[in-house]
Every structure is written in structure tokens, then in C-alpha cells.
Ligand binder design. Structure first.
Ligand code: ZN
Length: 567
């Protein structure tokens, strides 16, 4: 179809594959249909996949017309990059090549024997997206065709239905439909504007979070959003994290940076006094808004932003307290996630990497404490040997959402670096100075991303306790408006979030609108309801509960809220 087209990379990915092309024009949906037809013809042709190794020189001649292939051959041959794009690997002297019919490509393989082994009715080309050569925004923009392929048509259909559901639940789409948040260029990319309804939900999450923390023995702190260069030099961020930080601003002739992390600020509070072992453990939590300069190409709705609010906390404790503290924080985290409806959680334990700071004995003790915590709580887990950060081992908790997708949420991370850098101390029972253990932990991760995951998990239909509007009052005619507003006032007084749809729309349209907004309860009010002091209650599931007194309805809703039930 495009004899002059240039081929780039085309690897398999989860549930399918893609291929990047440099083409003279943008592909259309009609092109994809035609490509699919040609793929079917190739499948039917029973062409065998033939493998051979060729020398670098031979490969360069074969792909003389293909600049991206030449680039890749040179990178492989020089060892500058391996097939995965990892730098610094062994130079390759032979190139692995596969040919079928008239098509030859660089490929590691292995392949099927011939094209007819691919079920012709079980693949589909999904869409075309822009992608930079080697993911580098300074390089050529290519067209990436995504496709999916399955062993049978039935499995393909199942996957397509799942993709449709994923798209329907896309938090960026729901954010618009439900009027929850937006982004605007005048704040720069990746900074969120929370609309009233989104802010409601966020407020409920944060109130709940704060209450749970006080219950769990934490104190809440607030710290500034900017810090002097000196602070970030001491913490090391200007050494190892400068690229992730926003450019400095000059205030009174000194450089200040927006904070990418809260830790150094909490340390400053720790250092305002001499600390005794009697004060430990200290657990300080903050909904701390941080700023990280992510490349614009990687930003994604609420999932990847430049300004976000970590549900951060730092725990300072003695060596004797460490096991207990870790068990507590993992339990605390699970209870928190469970309250939001996430029950399928897996732990990932990352241990000491080759390059690490801190006393190895402390690493051992901390890693053992993390293992013990997972054992005690009986969580399924995997170990990532050597996968820890240079400053300490950690546990990440991953959860599975309603669509079966995994998300990393909680992180519980030891730090043997900052206590040394800031020379943290406490006075032990022996009257001597000791170095405390320091643990960073975020349970929801960031409030923004958590909100995005939650939104997709529920498809926008939040359980009653989180719903921005819990009940919509729907007067059938204008003459019912006054009663509806009176009922609304009564329900608000009972701490329910309600609104009255007193627009001039017809009842069915009002019900449809509330349904679209995924409001849990709709209270329809007509002559009969006004007379009897009641409301006809309808659930967003479509179920009709019939006429209920206002008190009965309020009691039912409050019970669902208290139990954090769906409805
Ligand atoms: Zn921290």
C-alpha cells in the first residue's frame, strides 16, 4: 500500500502488538480495514516464516532503503543498545532475520511455522497513534498501528468488549461527563483544576484519610511548597533528582525550588528539638502537594501529572520498634484500601540493590521486618531481588480494579540516606545519641491518581459515601418545587448531599439526567408524595423502591453511607 513507507519497531505487547511506520500520509480507518484484508490474504497464503542470521554488513545492504532499521542495526552492532533499548550491552555481530512471502524484517523470533497458523478471524487492528522514533520527542513522529490477536474469535470478542468497557470508564472521559475536573494550558500541562463535584469527592477522601490517621496514631502536619537550594543540597535532591524538579525561582537573591517531595520538611520539624526515645515512634502525615517536572509526552490525565498531593507520612522509630511499625503500617494500608472497595492486593518486596547506601546490618533488619510483616498479614507477595532504591528496601502494594487491571498504590519505603544526610538523632535510654529509623509511606499514592483509579474502578458510579450528589430530588411539575426544596433542606440537615432538579424538563428527562450523573438515589415527587409527605425512591440501578417517608429514606441512605455500601 505504501512502497515508500519506512519501517521502525514492531514488537509484541500485552494482548497484542504494534508496528511503527513512517508514511507519506496519515492513515485513516479505511486504511486499517484494507490492511486487515491484506493480512487475511497473507494468512491464507500459508507462507512459511524463514529464519536466518546475517552479518552486520549483509543486514545493512538488505535494509539499505530503511533508515530506521539501519539505525537499529548500528546500535545493536556497536552494543550501544540491545533489542530492549537498554544501553551498554554486548555488541552483536549477527543479525537475526525473518522472511515470509515478500517481507523481511529484523526480528529475534521465535515465530510460528507459517502464516496460516494465525486464526484469520481472531485479530483486529485497533487504532493509529503518534509515536516518536525511540520515544524521543526530538526525533521523527511516526504512525503506530496497534493490533490485537487471540487464539479464537470468541476470545477476541471478549477482549474487544473489555476494551470498550475500559474506554467507557476512561477517567478523562468521565471527568468531563460528570463535571469533576479539567486541565488548562495557563497552569502548564499536568496541573489539575478540581470542579465543585470533583472537589467534593476529593474532600471526602481527605477527611476520611485524616480521621483514620488520627485514629491510627498519626499526627498531621502541613509544610511549605518551596524550599531553598541549601535544603535540596543537604537532602541530595539537587544531585540525584534535579531533572525531576521545576526550575528554581529567585526570591531575595536566593534560589528556591518547588518541592518534589515532603521528606526534608518533616525532617526539619523533627530537628526543632532534641528527641528522646520516649517520643518514638513518631508518625507524621501530610497531604503534601509536590511538583515534579515530567516530560509532557508522559503526562496522562490524573494518572501522571506534574503537581500532585501525596498522602505522605514519615515514621521515625528505634530499631526495637521497627517490626511492629511495619506490620502496623501494612495493616493500616490494607484497611484503607479496603474501605474504598479494593480487596485484591499483592505485595512486592524490593531488596538491596548493588549500589546502596547505609549499614548492611540495617538493610538486613529492615528487609526482614518487611518480610515478617507480609508473613504475619498473610499477603500474597513477590520478591524483587536487588530492586530496592539505593537508600532502602521497600514494599509496594498493588491492587486489582473492577476490570482486572493492576495498579501500584501503597509504598512503604525505608530510608538509610536522609537520616545520615541530616544527621538525625534521638537520645536513647542509655543517655547516648542514636540514629532513628526513617520510613516513608504513601498509601493512596497521590490523591489525584487515586481519584483517577477510583473513578475508573467504579465507572463513575461512586458508592453512596463518596458520591458528590447522593440524592437528586425530581419534582414532576412546578407546583412540587417548593415541597422538594423543603425535603432537600431536611435531608441536608441529616448530612446528606442532595440537589433539586427544578428545571422545566419533563420527569423522564430529569431521571435520565440524574442517571447519567450516576446519582445513587432519585426521589421523584408528585401530588401523591406531597400529600403523604413522602417521595418515590428510585435507585441508579433502575430499581424502584416505591414511596418512602423522608425519614425512612434518610435512615436507609445513612446506613449505606455508614457501611460504605454501593447503594
Ligand atoms: Zn518521604
Amino acid at each position: 500500500m505504501f512502497p515508500e513507507g519506512k519501517l521502525a519497531f514492531g514488537p509484541p505487547i500485552e494482548n497484542g502488538f504494534y508496528y511503527d511506520f513512517d508514511l507519506p500520509r496519515a492513515l485513516t480507518p479505511e486504511d486499517l480495514a484494507e490492511i486487515e484484508e491484506r493480512m487475511k490474504a497473507i494468512i491464507k497464503g500459508r507462507y512459511s516464516f524463514e529464519y536466518r542470521d546475517v552479518s552486520v554488513q549483509e543486514a545493512k545492504e538488505m535494509f539499505a532503503e530503511q533508515p530506521y532499521k539501519i539505525d537499529q542495526i548500528e546500535k545493536l552492532a556497536s552494543g550501544e543498545e540491545d533489542e530492549h533499548g537498554e544501553a551498554g550491552s554486548e555488541p552483536v555481530s549477527e543479525m537475526s532475520i525473518y522472511t515470509h512471502h515478500k517481507f523481511t524484517d529484523l526480528c529475534r523470533g521465535p515465530h510460528l511455522e507459517n502464516t496460516s497458523q494465525i486464526p484469520a478471524n481472531a485479530f483486529k487492528l485497533l487504532n493509529v497513534a503518534g509515536a516518536y522514533w525511540r520515544g524521543d520527542e526530538n526525533q521523527q513522529m511516526l504512525q503506530r498501528i496497534y493490533g490485537t490477536v487471540w487464539p479464537s474469535r470468541k476470545e477476541l470478542k471478549k477482549h474487544l468488549a473489555w476494551l470498550e468497557e475500559v474506554e467507557k470508564r476512561d477517567h478523562r472521559r468521565l471527568g468531563k461527563e460528570l463535571d469533576l475536573f479539567s486541565f488548562h494550558e495557563d497552569a502548564g500541562a499536568g496541573l489539575v483544576y478540581w470542579h465543585p463535584r470533583g472537589a467534593r469527592v476529593r474532600g471526602i477522601i481527605e477527611d476520611f484519610w485524616r480521621a483514620r490517621h488520627y485514629e491510627g496514631g498519626y499526627e498531621v502536619v502541613y509544610t511549605p511548597h518551596i524550599g531553598r537550594a541549601r535544603l535540596w543540597e543537604t537532602s541530595g535532591h539537587l544531585d540525584f533528582y534535579r531533572e525531576g524538579m521545576y526550575a528554581p525561582m529567585d526570591i531575595d537573591g536566593m534560589d528556591y525550588y518547588l518541592k518534589p517531595m515532603n521528606c526534608p520538611f518533616h525532617i526539619k520539624i523533627y530537628q526543632t528539638k532534641r528527641r528522646s526515645y520516649r517520643e518514638l515512634p513518631m508518625r507524621w502525615a501530610e497531604l503534601g502537594t509536590v511538583y515534579r517536572y515530567e516530560r509532557s509526552g508522559v503526562l496522562h490525565g490524573l494518572m501522571r501529572v506534574r503537581g500532585f498531593t501525596q498522602d505522605d507520612a514519615h515514621i521515625y522509630c528505634t530499631p526495637e520498634q521497627i517490626e511492629d511499625e511495619v506490620v502496623k503500617v501494612v495493616r493500616f494500608s490494607l484497611r484503607m484500601l479496603e474501605a474504598f472497595g479494593f480487596e485484591s492486593v499483592t505485595a512486592y518486596l524490593s531488596t538491596m540493590p548493588e549500589k546502596a547506601v547505609g549499614d548492611p546490618a540495617r538493610w538486613d533488619q529492615a528487609t526482614e521486618a518487611l518480610k515478617r510483616a507480609i508473613d504475619v498479614i498473610d499477603l500474597p507477595y513477590q520478591i524483587d531481588e536487588g530492586g530496592g532504591a539505593f537508600y532502602g528496601p521497600k514494599i509496594d502494594l498493588h491492587l486489582r480494579d473492577a476490570l482486572g487491571r493492576g495498579w501500584q498504590m501503597s509504598t512503604i519505603q525505608f530510608d538509610f540516606n536522609l537520616p545520615d544526610r541530616f544527621d538525625l538523632k534521638y537520645i536513647g535510654p542509655d543517655g547516648m545519641e542514636h540514629r532513628p529509623y526513617m520510613v516513608h509511606r504513601a498509601l493512596l499514592g497521590s490523591v489525584e491518581r487515586f481519584f483517577g483509579v477510583l473513578l475508573e474502578h467504579y465507572g463513575g458510579a461512586f458508592p453512596v459515601w463518596l458520591a458528590p450528589v447522593q440524592a437528586m430530588l425530581i419534582p414532576i411539575a412546578d407546583r412540587h418545587n417548593e415541597y422538594a426544596h423543603r425535603v432537600a433542606a431536611e435531608l441536608k440537615a441529616a448530612d446528606l448531599r442532595v440537589e433539586v432538579d427544578d428545571s422545566s424538563d419533563r420527569m423522564q428527562a430529569k431521571i435520565r439526567a440524574a442517571q447519567m450523573q450516576k446519582v445513587p438515589y432519585m426521589l421523584v415527587i408528585g401530588d401523591r408524595e406531597v400529600e403523604s409527605g413522602a417521595a418515590a425512591v428510585r435507585l441508579r440501578s433502575g430499581q424502584n423502591l416505591g414511596a418512602q417517608s423522608i425519614q425512612d429514606f434518610a435512615a436507609m441512605a445513612l446506613e449505606a453511607i455508614a457501611e460504605k455500601r454501593d447503594l
